[in-house]
Design a protein around this ligand. Sequence first.
Ligand SMILES: [Zn+2]
Length: 143
Amino acid sequence: MIEKNLLMQASLKATHQRVVILSIVLNCKNHPSTEFIYELTKKRIPSISLATVYKTLETFSSRGLISKTLTLEGQARYDSNLEAHGHIYSINSNEIIDYANEELNSLISNFFKQKKVKNFHIKKISLNIIGDKIDTEKSIEIK
Ligand SMILES: [Zn+2]
């Protein structure tokens, strides 16, 4: 089971709760909120509390098992995609969609290399694209 191995690699005990929560986050590709993960977790562990789910997600995030991003309103969302990627924030449909492009990544990273940023060490660059969906019934596509 992939979840148990990931937990062990992160030096976390593979408890039933952790395995269930991690499996839910890994299977959600839509940047779920704590509440969304809590609702799904409750179906499998009815006695679990929102605080436990929150603490578990924060532990996963601090150990690098998942990453955390914020909505434009500052609400935490969790992300199982650990590859370098940016986000498209659709305000009117309240969605966060992954966006990754190797050409764009190297363009941005070369730009900052040439700029020789003083007194700052860049660890990560992520591009956020913010806008509204034109047709809310259709999905967002970039070619
Ligand atoms: Zn993402």
